[in-house]
Design a protein around this ligand. Structure first.
Ligand SMILES: *Cc1c(COP(=O)(O)O)cnc(C)c1O
Length: 459
C-alpha cells in the first residue's frame, strides 16, 4: 500500500534532552533577555527554529567518519574524500575547503570584486552582499516580480528576471560584471526554488557576454527536489543528477555546508578556471589554512563528504520538504497568514497581516516572535523592520518592505509530534491575536541591531 503518513526516515540513536519550561518561567527568561530571542539561552528554548544553519543532526555514518578523521596538516585522507565528493557532485576541477560559507564568499568575491564591479543575483544572501560590498563592488537583486508577492503561487519563485539580467549586463558592460550569482534555493526570498530552465537561460546569457556564473549552492538538494516534482522532463532523474546538471551550467560554486551537507561546520569553494583557483588558493592559505584543510578539522571534512551524499537520499528529501510543507500548509488552513508556496527549509509568517492592529513602528514581527516563545517556548527570528529598518533624518522609522517571522527547520532534528506541538501553539496565538501588543526598541547598536537590541512591551 501507499501510505499517506510520511515518517521520519531514521531511528533515533542518541537523544538530547529538552528542558520543559513553564509559561511563567518563560515570561521571566524573555524579560531577562530584553524580549530579544537572540539573547535567550538555548536551554530556555523548547523548539529552536532560529536557523537551519549548522543545526542538523548527523547520522551514525557521519559520527563514524568523525572517528576516522585524518588530522594531518597536509595531504589528509579526509581531504581526499571531501574533494572527491565535491568533484563528483559539481564536476569542477578545483575545490577549496573553507570553514563556512562566508569564508568561501570572502575569498571569491574579494578576488572578483572591487570598486566599479557589479554582481547580479536573484537575491544575494546577507553575507554574500556584505562580502561583495566590503570589496567596494555593488550587489543588485533581480528576482522575478512574482517573488515579491507573499501570497502568490508560482512553482519557481526563486527565478531570476532574465530580461533585467540582459539589460543590466549591457548597461554596466560585461567586463564590469564580477559575476552573476544564482542562489538555490533563494534563502532570503523564502527558500523558493530556481528552475532548471531559468538556470539554462541565465547560463546562456552569461556565456554570450563572457560573464561568470556562480551557484550559491547551500540548498542545492532541496532545490533539486522541487525541480523533480515541478518541472517537466525531470520526473525520472535522480536528485543528484538534477543537482549535477545545475552545476554543469555554471563556472563555480560556493557552499555553506551547514545547510545541505548536513554538518555543523564547513563549506567550500569550487571553480573550473585555473587562474581563479590559484588566486583564491593564495587568499585561502593567508587567512584560512593550507589548501588541504582550509580551516576545517579532518573530522569535519569526513562528515561533510558523507553528508553531501546522504542529503540526496530520496526518502530523506521527501521527508524534509513534505514536513516543512506540512507545517506551513496547516498554519495556512488555520488562517495564519504564511508566505506561499512553502519553501524548502522554513515557513515564513506575515506578521503585518496577522497583527494588523500593531503599527510597523511597533514591530509586529517582534511581537509574534515573543508570543511564540512565551506560549510554546518556540524560538524564531523576526525578518522585518527590526532586522532591516532604518531611520530618516528626523529619527522616524523607514520600515522594511515586509514584516515576517521565520520558522527555520533544522534537518533531521524534530519529529512530527514536535511539529504538532508548534501547530497547537498557533491556536493560542490566533486566540490572543487582538490582545497582542507591540514593542519599542530601548537600546540598539549601530549595525545588525536584531542580534543585540533590547525591547520593551508597549501597554
Ligand atoms: C548560510 C548562507 C550563506 C553563508 O554561509 P555561512 O556558513 O553562514 O557563512 C551564504 N549563502 C546562503 C544562501 C546561505 O543560506
Amino acid at each position: 500500500m501507499k501510505h499517506k503518513t510520511i515518517i521520519e526516515p531514521f531511528k533515533i540513536k542518541s537523544v538530547e534532552p529538552i528542558f520543559m519550561s513553564t509559561e511563567a518561567e518563560r515570561e521571566k527568561f524573555l524579560e531577562k533577555a530584553n524580549f530579544n530571542t537572540f539573547l535567550l539561552k538555548s536551554d530556555q528554548v523548547i523548539i529552536d527554529f532560529l536557523t537551519d544553519s549548522g543545526t542538523s543532526a548527523m547520522s551514525a555514518d557521519q559520527w563514524a567518519g568523525v572517528m576516522i578523521g585524518d588530522e594531518s596538516y597536509a595531504g589528509s585522507k579526509s581531504w581526499e574524500r571531501m574533494e572527491k565528493a565535491v568533484k563528483h557532485l559539481t564536476g569542477m576541477e578545483f575545490v577549496l575547503p573553507t570553514h563556512q560559507g562566508r569564508a568561501a564568499e570572502r575569498i571569491l568575491y574579494s578576488h572578483l570584486g572591487g570598486k566599479g564591479k557589479t554582481f547580479i543575483s536573484n537575491t544575494h544572501f546577507d553575507t554574500t552582499r556584505a562580502n561583495i560590498e566590503f570589496s567596494g563592488a555593488e550587489a543588485i537583486d533581480i528576482a522575478i516580480d512574482e517573488s515579491h508577492d507573499p501570497s502568490l503561487l508560482h512553482p519557481f519563485k526563486g527565478n531570476i528576471n532574465t530580461d533585467k539580467l540582459e539589460k543590466l549586463i549591457q548597461e554596466k558592460g560585461a567586463k564590469n560584471i564580477g559575476a552573476v550569482i544564482l542562489t538555490v534555493t533563494n534563502n532570503s526570498g523564502g527558500g523558493q526554488p530556481v528552475s532548471m530552465q531559468n538556470t539554462k537561460d541565465v547560463s546562456a546569457i552569461c556565456k554570450k557576454h563572457g560573464v561568470l556564473l556562480i551557484l550559491d549552492c547551500c540548498r542545492v538538494a532541496e532545490n533539486a527536489y522541487f525541480i523533480k516534482h515541478r518541472e517537466t522532463g525531470y520526473e525520472n532523474k535522480t536528485y543528484e543528477e538534477i543537482a549535477q546538471e545545475m552545476f554543469s551550467l555554471t563556472d563555480g560554486a560556493a557552499m555553506s555546508s551547514k545547510k545541505d551537507a548536513l554538518v555543523n561546520m564547513g563549506g567550500f569553494l569550487t571553480v573550473r578556471d585555473k587562474s581563479i583557483a590559484e588566486a583564491c588558493t593564495n587568499l585561502l592559505i593567508i587567512t584560512e589554512g593550507f589548501a588541504t584543510y582550509g580551516g576545517l578539522s579532518g573530522r569535519d571534512m569526513e562528515a561533510l563528504a558523507i553528508g553531501l551524499k546522504e542529503v540526496f537520499d530520496p526518502a530523506y528529501l521527501e521527508y524534509r520538504i513534505k514536513s516543512t510543507a506540512y507545517l506551513g500548509e496547516h498554519l495556512h488552513k488555520m488562517g495564519v497568514p504564511v508566505m506561499m508556496p512553502i519553501g524548502g527549509h522554513a515557513v515564513y509568517i506575515d506578521a503585518k497581516k496577522l497583527y494588523s492592529h500593531i503599527p510597523v513602528d511597533q514591530y509586529p514581527g517582534q511581537a509574534l516572535a515573543c508570543e511564540l516563545y512565551i506560549k510554546g517556548g518556540i524560538r524564531t527570528v523576526e525578518i522585518g523592520s527590526v532586522m532591516f529598518g532604518k531611520y530618516d533624518e528626523n529619527g522616524k522609522l523607514i520600515p522594511a518592505p515586509m514584516e515576517l517571522v521565520r520558522l527555520a527547520i533544522p534537518r533531521r532534528v524534530y519529529t512530527q509530534s514536535h511539529i504538532e506541538y508548534v501547530i497547537e501553539t498557533f491556536d493560542e496565538i490566533l486566540k490572543n491575536r487582538n490582545n497582542t501588543k507591540g514593542y519599542k526598541i530601548v537600546k540598539e547598536p549601530k549595525f545588525l541591531r536584531h542580534f543585540t537590541s533590547h525591547f520593551q512591551k508597549i501597554n
